[in-house]
Write a protein that binds this ligand. Sequence first.
Ligand code: GDP
Ligand code: MG
Length: 160
Amino acid sequence: FLPHLVASLEQVEQTYVMVKPDGVQRGLVGEIISRFERKGFKLTGLKLFQCPKELAEEHYKDLKAKAFYPSLIDYITSGPVVCMAWEGVGVVASARKLIGSTDPLQAEPGTIRGDLAVQTGRNVIHGSDSPENGKRETALWFKEGELCEWTPVQAPWLRE
Ligand code: GDP
Ligand code: MG
């Protein structure tokens, strides 16, 4: 197999990342965006947004049966969130690593939750868990004209 063919099979993924209301209230927006920016992924969408209840319910529909679901919906709609769309090869799994485990007490130091949070119910950030959900959630939270197609000047310095 020719190496350039293997490289061309690498899929550019999208992921949806969101600073939750506690992250906004605690002034962590810049810190969190900065971690993704420095890593080298491409930002394609960014906004401060007050999430309506219906959208929170759609986003977390798979968790509807959980006991914490009502408090989760209250939490996500309790104040503005920062919505981000990030793009790149491997971005979905890498974003989850930068974010850390769901329970901040189990999250490794160096991760966002490991460094900046202490409880699952206030874990400051969301990240899509699969490329499929990355696409689905990006489309759910952003309207078409809100995403930007652009080429960062640093692209050739990030990937050979
Ligand atoms: P994530 O993908 O790491 O965000 O975790 P999940 O998809 O399992 O859960 C979504 C979100 O629901 C989490 O980030 C938490 O905000 C919340 N959540 C999950 N489990 C619990 C729990 O046991 N208690 C509470 N209060 N919230 C939870
Ligand atoms: Mg999840």
